[in-house]
Design a protein around this ligand. Structure first.
Ligand code: ATP
Ligand code: MG
Length: 351
């Protein structure tokens, strides 16, 4: 109906005409329903007076209906005008503003949807600001280390002709540049997971495969730290549906964490167990453990339990990526740490 009045550019005028038309129609119907007007009194019979009476009556109906139409359209439009104001503020970067309409009608629903969109936008922007801060903070320390080395070389503090000193400075710079590369690669990967731009190559595979491969690859590092890594695979035939390479990457990170973040002599066990319709993978150690209040935080990017930071420090992105990978499989990675030791686990569907 309103679209028929497309020659009018303002919805306010459209609503005004719409309400007014409706009221005039209602007035005419009432007059028709309640029969003809009472007989015109003899003195009004003259033609001019009859016309004047009609004009007066018509004018009254017109004034009353236009006043009522104006108020109705204003009331109807108020939330829409508020929405326009709020969207203008959002466009200018003020993400704290909300409509706050509590009515139970469709406009109320629209306002609530708009407010929740504004909240999500605000969280998103805050997240991006935090991320930019985190990245610059993380890049700062390796870059500062490289700068210090270069300055020492330039100022002659490090003697470039002395093979030992030169070697030390260069390998320190190489190590820091590698750290930056790993950080940038991890960040790119995480960004892809957050944008849901990573496609999983889902196929059935033996659940024991990634476990055995990871244990094999970590054994030299584990041996150096006198850490034992073994597995508990009850059923070698168990097959799951997932992206084998990505699941191996997750297992690798979990087992690496158990080795890196614990001191010498701990025991790490990787288990694969059948559950109803799924297979549970878990990596458990009997090491230092994670305090209860940190359990959810370890999946956040750049979150490390700093006080116990190992040297060299990791980038703090491994568990965030692992959580993204398991999330892309439609599952969830969890952690428990009952006082001593830590257990990370997730499930994949069986085939
Ligand atoms: N098995 C574990 N035992 C104790 N602490 C752990 C264990 N696994 C993870 N953590 C803690 O959780 C933090 C986050 O782990 P995450 O794998 O995300 O990052 P990282 O290992 O520090 O760096 P990287 O990006 O190289 O993996 C670690 O810094 C560590 O403090
Ligand atoms: Mg890690």
């Amino acid at each position: 109906m309103l679209s028929k009045l497309s020659f009018l550019r303002s919805i306010r005028w459209k609503l005004f005409l719409y309400f007014m038309g409706a009221m005039l129609l209602a007035a005419a119907s009432i007059m028709l329903l309640f029969g003809p007007p009472p007989p015109i009194s003899p003195p009004l019979r003259q033609k001019g007076e009859v016309r004047a009476a009609f004009l007066q009556g018509g004018l009254c109906v017109l004034i009353i209906s236009s006043g009522a139409a104006f108020l109705l359209s204003l009331n109807f439009l108020r939330p829409l005008l508020k929405m326009r104001k709020v969207s203008e503020k959002l466009a200018c970067g003020d993400f704290s503003t909300r409509i706050g309409l509590n009515s139970n009608d469709e406009l109320g629903d629209l306002a609530r949807a708009f407010d929740s969109m504004a909240s999500r936008l605000e969280e998103n922007i805050e997240g991006r600001i935090r991320l930019a801060g985190d990245i610059s903070h993380e890049l700062n320390s390796p870059l500062a280390a490289i700068r210090v080395n270069i300055e020492a070389l330039l100022d002659g503090v490090t003697d470039i002709r002395n093979e030992e000193e030169r070697e030390k400075a260069l390998s320190s710079m190489l190590y820091q540049t590698k750290r930056i590369s790993v950080l940038v690669e991890d960040l790119l990967e995480l960004a892809k997971f957050e944008a849901r731009a990573v496609k999983m190559s889902m196929a059935p595979f033996a659940a024991s495969e990634p476990v055995k491969r990871v244990i094999e690859s970590v054994s030299p590092t584990a041996a150096k730290k006198r850490i034992t890594v073994d597995h508990d695979i009850r059923d070698e035939e168990l097959r799951v549906l997932g992206d084998k390479t990505r699941i191996t990457q997750v297992m690798q990170n979990l087992v690496n964490n158990a080795i890196q973040h614990n001191s010498e002599g701990v025991h790490v066990r990787v288990s694969v167990k059948r559950e109803a319709g799924s297979v549970r993978f878990s990596v458990a150690d009997d090491g230092i453990g994670i305090p209860a209040h940190e359990l959810e935080n370890v999946f956040k990017r750049f979150h490390r339990l700093d006080k116990r930071a190992q040297t060299p420090p990791g980038s703090g992105l491994g568990l965030a990526i692992a959580s993204g990978i398991i999330g892309a499989h439609g599952s969830r990675i969890s952690v428990e740490s009952p006082g001593k030791g830590t257990r990370f686990f997730f499930s994949l569907p069986t085939v």
